[in-house]
Design a protein around this ligand. Sequence first.
Ligand code: DUC
Ligand code: ZN
Ligand code: ZN
Length: 500
Amino acid sequence: MDTFTYDLVVTNGICVTAVDVASYDIAIKDEKIVLLAPSGSLATANAKRIIDAEGGYVTPGGVDCHVHLQEPAMFGKGTSSDTYETGTRSAIAGGCTTIIGFAPQQRSEPSLLRALAETHERARDNSYCDYGFHLLMGNPSEQALAELVSLRDEEGVTSLKIYMTYAALQLRDDQILSVLLKARREHILTMIHAENGDILNWLTDQLEARDLVAPKYHSHSRPPVLEAEATNRAIALSSLIANTPILLVHVSDPGATLRIRQAQTNGQPIYAETCPQYLFLTRDDLDKPGFEGAKCVCSPPPRDKESQEVIWTGLRNGTFAVLSSDHCPFNYDDAESGKKTCITHEHPVGQFRHIPNGIPGIETRLPLVFSSRRLPLTKFVEVSSTNPAKLYGLYPRKGSLIAGVSDADIVIWYPESKRPNIVLTNEMLHHATDYTPYEGREICNWPRYTILRGRVVWDRDNGGVLGDKTFGEFLRRGTSSLNQLWETVDEQGEFDVANL
Ligand code: DUC
Ligand code: ZN
Ligand code: ZN
């Protein structure tokens, strides 16, 4: 019987982490990175397989911490066009080895634990990559809040998302305060969707009264100030509860970004996420002939060119800790459960109010940003892998290349000499959605190999997807380790209303 020292070696790569770029070889054994060695020194090691990166960049597997799969219709009509199986297949083909999806608790459901159990059923043995869950909290009942301890200690779920908009999900300010208070005590990170639901409903009524219902009016119903106002309010609510950490998801607007930056400068534990749609799409993409613009309807909506620049700057200067996809896919050409559910005889270009909100992007997140060359490579790794892992309690198992510690989750990119010039088409992608909002874009690199826990699950030139849907494991997460978040909170002591 052959005995190998290593299961896999990656030689001759330029390895990038959140802190440095350096040439070294990586040896893998039993799903872990076990050794980092001088470049080329492991080229003839006793390993079952040796992959020559040929001078290409080698990065930790991507961690996409904002992914919607197989959720019931909560953002209006429509059902997800991707299952755990197809969404995670798409993830690995785009270099992503870990996702954090959402376990949706409906308003009629008092228990978070039940909502979580149902989500486990959907994902179990159906995931090509490793996965965890955030609770999507539609009902902050007494029972739900009491369950946060079990969520953390027994279930390995240490974050939840709440909404300031959507009829089925919107929480009042007093409810948000109750969530923040309990989350603070239990060291659960609260993610907030910050858009003012009341204002957008009012604006939507105004637009409809004038028969302005085409897809492009989605962005008129959600002007930037509505995101900035809600962001400001979320920060105020956090500060009221003795500076409870919050994470503002999918930020698109410069006003919101500025407010977040100010709060951070003040030392408040305000974290933020942005997504490729706010770097690569604009509101003009919603203004295409006929119903086409519906392909880019998501919330908040893409803004303008100047806003894109502010978001890029925010990524570079650390305002945004994480870059996620917010993959929330609906088929376009589907009148039963996709974007076209809102088309009627009376409304041939649909009614934006009823367009399912969300776009696909799990596979394109890393290639788009990597090949844009607009972030230093260390920053690219930081926001797309390392910080998500730290923020959501997965570090250093995920998000890095630490010998003896990190899972062998690795992406190998093409070297300069072999760089493919790719024109993105939906046909190339591995989701089950019938379009990509990035159709026709030129991309100058793509993950050549994706390795998940030591196994090559994606080999672009030799077979494509090689993984299988039973290989992905559920990840029990710890509490956040980014910036010693909770240590700082504990030092400040309990919230006390008498201290206000
Ligand atoms: N918010 C999300 O986070 N995802 C899709 C829809 C939405 O509004
Ligand atoms: Zn949201
Ligand atoms: Zn989302």
